[in-house]
Design a protein around this ligand. Structure first.
Ligand code: NAD
Ligand code: ZN
Length: 234
């Protein structure tokens, strides 16, 4: 850990209210590939070519195959030490909100309670015709109304669920400490939650393997794996 780790620990200990933003890096140590970086490719397709409304309109079967593959990976994965550390932190704070860009359920399975899924959930599917939502089912992706269902996630070019984004913004703007874990901070509007927390007066701590566009504006940038840094920080 770098020089500010001790200060960051103190901020977190003293904080009454904590807001967390996680990205794909938070699940990387659980074996779930990130989009950007090694392991992000599937049958030579880039996520940007599959996670779009246009891709689904052109070839729903291909897109579902990709999500089925990803769901299998998630179902077999286990939460890592970082997920557990965040769940434990929640138990010690009067106010705690965890906004995640991840569509997996590892924060839930680690015991986190107040979770906001900014980009939806991979185990949800939604009918294109009547909008009925289902928990993931086996078999063909057809609704009882006969319409086909799509993954309940936010695709490139789509808006975020408004209520979820609003809740995340409120949490980031009212917290004493914002903890940013494993996000490349290039996907908007999620990335805008980081400068928002800063503008609203929170101490902002980033945990990432690499520099991000936000490293320069946060109060403490810690380089390393979430599963190693978070348990020592909290
Ligand atoms: P990203 O793939 O763009 O970036 C991942 C970031 O995590 C990188 O900055 C990388 O340096 C960092 N990282 C990798 N391993 C790490 C570790 N062990 N500890 C700490 N940091 C680590 O991910 P993003 O910023 O979340 O944006 C991509 C979008 O893709 C999101 O919107 C998300 O919905 C989606 N996505 C979700 C999952 C998932 O649900 N697990 C997986 C892949 C992509
Ligand atoms: Zn339907």
């Amino acid at each position: 850990m770098t020089g500010c780790a001790t200060a960051a620990k103190g901020w977190l200990r003293a904080a009454k209210s904590v807001a967390v933003l996680t990205g794909a890096g938070a699940s990387a140590e659980s074996g779930i590939p990130t989009f950007r970086g090694a392991g992000g490719l599937w049958r030579n397709y880039k996520p940007e070519d599959l996670a779009t409304p246009g891709a689904f309109a052109r070839d729903p079967k291909l897109v579902w195959e990709w999500y089925d593959w990803r769901r299998e990976i998630v179902a077999k994965a286990q939460p890592n030490a970082g997920h557990y550390a965040l769940a434990k932190l929640e138990q010690h704070k009067a106010a705690f909100t965890l906004a995640t860009q991840n569509v997996d359920d590892l924060h839930e399975r680690a015991g986190s309670k107040n979770i906001i899924h900014l980009h939806g959930e991979i185990f949800v599917e939604r009918c294109l015709k009547c909008a009925k939502e289902y928990r993931h089912r086996k078999g063909p992706h057809v609704c009882e109304c006969g319409g086909i269902t799509r993954p309940g996630v936010v695709w490139f070019g789509e808006g975020l669920p408004e209520a979820a984004l609003k809740r995340a913004m409120d949490a980031m703007c009212s917290c004493d400490v914002a903890l940013i874990v494993g996000t490349s901070a290039v996907v908007y509007p999620a990335a805008s939650l980081i400068p928002l927390a800063k503008r609203c007066g929170a101490k902002v701590i980033e945990v990432n393997l690499e520099e991000t566009p936000m490293s320069g504006i946060v109060d403490c940038s810690l380089k390393g794996k979430g599963g190693e840094i978070l348990p020592t920080l909290l």
